[in-house]
Ligand binder design. Structure first.
Ligand SMILES: *[C@@H]1O[C@H](CO)[C@@H](O)[C@H](O)[C@H]1NC(C)=O
Length: 541
């Protein structure tokens, strides 16, 4: 209660730093991620292309890269804005989460590593922060694997017992060898299942500085501070040079690494605490810009790779956030809640403070915008889906360049948006939607995310149509009776979808197996395998 009163004295805002950023910059209220999960969304953000173009999607339900030791990842022939800016003389850095792959053929070829994609500096995790990294948190993949291992263990144990009984009752001739082997296998499976938690934490949850592992597994208590220190050092080191820094927070997936100071502070439970800590981190980064005299020379962009996860619940807590008035959430291809994300651009003295843009914009727009600001050129040999945002940010253009935006779920097109400028209407057409569990719950409870295909989705013919300009919550589907333009709009959008599909060419899908299964020979390990353990940047005290 005391803490809460202190906060109220700070002006009644729980995210004062992000609010300040928005007040001093341009706020985009219809800003969209190209996918509702992190790996594909990040790929699109960095390349300015729908993830289906780079193959950073699956078609079989593996929605993100599953392990560090998979061979899939952002293909080496994709161009990130970091690569273009580095070629223009910028010093480029990434601090935090990557989750776009690491190796192709050996445990240290680093073909998908940030340093192979245009970053001069990397400090962070090549994977993602997830529940399985932290003992006692909700499991994201451990529980499922444990179930399968336990099942195998039980089957083998039953077989071993049957064989033993057969031998003892003299029903089975021959040696005891099969009995011994099956008993050993059952024991091995039992040990693996018991050790699974720590094994996953060692395999996936580690920190790297450039090409070297510095901490395996990560010590979460200090990660937040380490990241901020690295950001600060990067800015101090490079303040004279043109630089690009991507600060990719590990917050706020689910509230995994909230430090002591921020726990129990928010009115919104552990998730709110984690958001408040992230806000504080944003403030720390902005303070460094101020201290180093960089504020007026730096364009700051703030966003999130997708919407909150409605399915993530822990005890009584909504653990994956909320999406306000928007329907659906993380993992759903088309509903606004999964893809509408914060969008703030601040550049004091250049961009008008307090401007609000309601036009549809995409995270893919960052690519051409930043490339142009850096004096570079977008690669002419491929389709770029992003559009230069600068005119819209400056206020010299009234409308966004996006007439249509496609909303994919894995490699399946679930929905499309049409900004009909002459009427000022934003239409949204859903061809496929997930089947909620239980019916009408608004999410797929009991699963991690809603599926994109199969019997757990509904195909709509005619499609569902909403007028987002009047109904941003997608609560009232239009019909030919309630909307005279129904057939015209649906036909126009279908035509745009056909045009879009013509521009796609087949590429290998990086998130499908066999590129998205754990391969022992790709497992980075900073000690002798399987003892992947080190702590190379430990505090000297
Ligand atoms: C990258 O290489 C793949 C083949 O591995 C190819 O299908 C794709 O078109 C290439 N992409 C670009 C942008 O050149």
């Amino acid at each position: 209660k005391k803490k809460r009163e202190d906060m109220l004295h700070l002006g009644n805002s729980w995210t004062p730093n992000i609010d300040r950023l928005a007040a001093d910059g341009v706020r985009l209220t219809q800003h969209l991620a190209a996918a509702s999960l992190c790996t594909p969304s990040r790929a699109a953000f960095l390349t300015g292309r729908y993830p289906i173009r780079s193959g950073m999607v699956s078609s079989t339900g593996l929605r993100v890269l599953q392990w560090v030791a998979v061979s899939g990842g952002l293909p080496p022939n994709e161009t990130t804005f970091a690569k273009t800016l580095r070629d223009q003389g910028y010093v480029t850095g990434l601090v935090g989460k990557w989750h776009l792959g690491l190796n192709c053929e050996s445990s240290a070829d680093h073909c998908h590593h940030p340093l192979s994609h245009g970053f001069d500096h990397f400090y962070g995790t090549p994977f993602s922060m997830m529940g399985d990294c932290v003992p006692s948190e909700i499991s994201e993949k451990r529980a499922g694997l444990e179930r399968r291992l336990n099942l195998c263990c039980h089957l083998v144990a039953v077989a071993a017992l049957t064989l033993t009984a057969g031998k003892l009752l003299h029903l089975m001739p021959g040696s005891w060898t099969p009995v011994i082997w099956s008993a050993l296998l059952a024991a091995l499976l039992f040990v693996c299942s018991a050790a699974l938690g720590p094994l996953i934490a060692h395999a996936d949850c580690f920190l790297m500085r450039n090409h070297s592992i510095t901490e395996q597994p990560m010590r979460f208590r200090r990660t937040t501070v380490q990241m901020l220190e690295d950001v600060s050092r990067f800015l101090q080191r490079n303040k004279q040079a043109p630089f690009l820094l991507f600060v990719s927070f590990l917050h706020v997936h689910t509230p995994l690494i909230t430090t002591e100071t921020f726990r129990g502070r928010s009115l919104h439970g552990p998730y709110g605490d984690n958001v408040e800590e992230m806000d504080w981190m944003v403030g720390q980064v902005l303070d460094v810009l101020d201290t180093e005299g960089l504020t007026h020379k730096t364009l700051v962009y703030f966003s999130s790779d997708h919407g909150g996860s409605l399915e993530a619940r822990f005890g009584n807590h909504q653990y994956g956030g909320w999406n306000g008035i928007y329907k659906g959430g993380k993992g759903m291809g088309g509903w606004e809640g999964g893809i509408r994300v914060p969008g703030i651009f601040r550049w004091p003295g250049v961009l008008p403070a307090g401007r609000v843009v309601q036009e549809p914009t995409s995270q893919m727009d960052v690519f051409p915008t930043v490339v142009r600001l850096g004096g570079g050129q977008v690669p002419p040999d491929r389709v770029i889906d992003g559009r230069d945002l600068l005119p819209l940010l400056l206020g010299t253009a009234e409308h966004s360049d996006h007439e249509f935006l496609m909303h994919y779920c894995e490699s399946f097109l679930h929905a499309a948006r049409w900004h009909q400028r002459d009427r000022g209407t934003v239409w949204k057409v859903h061809f496929v939607t997930p089947v909620f569990q239980p019916d009408g719950a608004g999410a797929c409870y009991g699963r991690m995310v809603c599926p994109c295909f199969g019997d757990q989705v509904t195909h709509h013919d005619p499609p569902l149509l909403f007028d987002l300009s009047r109904d941003p919550s997608e609560a009232h589907p239009l019909t030919p009776d309630t909307e005279p333009l129904f057939h015209q709009v649906v036909e126009r959008v279908a035509e745009a979808v056909r045009d879009h599909q013509q521009t796609l060419s087949p590429v290998p899908l990086q998130l499908d197996s066999p590129d998205n299964v754990w391969k022992p020979w790709l497992q980075p390990c900073c000690g002798p395998f399987p003892l992947c353990w080190c702590d190379r940047e430990a505090d000297p005290q």
